[in-house]
Design a protein. Structure first.
Length: 312
């Protein structure tokens, strides 16, 4: 039996992959792959929010029992969650997912003795920075770490340049995060893939995700239930204009309204970095990205995806 832990990252089409798992649940179970169901607000979500160690211990025991149950009952099982490491917010961070080590340590302990694989998708840092900023605003009403009243009273809350100046792009190394994963699970147990492979299509993206776990023939790999709902440039502009006038309870409904009215599937996406900033970020991380490609990406991904600056 193999336990697959799909742990993110944010903004790498995790919703698509989770919908594929749900949509094909019966067919996947027939092939020996079970989807482990947990609450969206899992044990780490609560720990990051309120730090209640006693409650965390109880939730940890519950998750341990569930993992053991699936491990004994199924040929293969998959647990998919993009929030185990905390949020994607980069404001004042000194590395990608600074809380990841807590989750990695606990998950490694809970699965000790099991055959397990960690699946993790990365995204080119310039695009990840933009997506993380947009996601920060989109989740203003629901993010556990944000004080919406304080943010909205600060004129810099919607400033991308202020956000960008709060961290150093050189610290956004996927390689460093993956080495932290290695320390807990071993390099041989990591499956690292680039989000950018989605350019081959949703079905191909989902198939490559499922291929290590089970046979993929005759599965519906691009179900219509999936829709990439995010802010377009127009929706982002309107949200920044309207959010300060809203009470906390209305922020989520405002976000959903603008995503429906100005979806990024029909309107231009926000372009927050200048070409010069984008080039500088990729140049700063060029060496580590090169090592990432050589050590962890497949031959196919290395040939048609680039994380290098233009002209390299």
């Amino acid at each position: 039996m193999t336990l697959y832990l799909h742990l993110g990252a944010h903004k790498t089409a995790t919703t698509l992959l989770q919908n594929v798992l749900k949509h094909n649940e019966a067919a996947l179970e027939e092939r020996g792959l079970a989807r482990i169901k947990i609450q969206p607000r899992h044990l780490f979500w609560h720990l990051y929010r309120d730090g209640d160690r006693d409650a965390f211990k109880k939730r940890r025991r519950t998750l341990a029992r569930k993992l053991q149950q699936y491990y004994k009952s199924w040929p293969n099982a998959v647990l998919s969650s993009e929030t185990m490491f905390g949020t994607s917010d980069l404001h004042r961070v000194n590395c990608l997912y600074p809380r990841a080590d807590t989750a990695l340590r606990v998950l490694a302990q809970l699965t000790s003795g099991m055959n397990r694989k960690v699946i993790f998708y990365v995204r080119r840092q310039d695009n990840f920075i933009e997506s993380s900023f947009i996601n920060r605003l989109q989740t203003l009403a629901t993010s556990l770490h944000l004080d919406h009243a304080q943010l909205l009273s600060d004129t810099t809350w919607c400033s991308f340049e202020h956000y960008l100046s709060s961290f150093t792009p050189s610290q956004l190394s996927w390689l460093h995060l993956i080495k932290r994963m290695e320390a807990h699970f071993g390099a041989e147990n990591l499956i690292i893939r680039p989000f950018e492979s989605i350019h081959r299509g949703n079905a191909a993206y989902a198939e490559s995700f499922l291929a290590p776990m089970c046979a993929t023939h005759d599965l519906e790999l691009a179900p219509q239930v999936y829709e990439n709902r995010s802010f377009s440039a127009k929706a982002l502009e309107e949200f920044i204009r309207l959010a300060p006038k809203q009470g906390f309870a209305n922020l989520r409904s405002l976000r959903l309204h603008l995503q429906d009215k100005y979806p990024n599937t029909s309107y231009p996406r926000p372009m927050l970095l200048s070409p010069e900033q984008r080039q500088e970020i990729l140049q700063t991380l060029a060496t580590e990205n090169s090592i990432l490609f050589e050590q962890y990406f497949s031959d196919v991904d290395r040939t048609d995806i680039s994380y290098q600056p233009v002209g390299s």
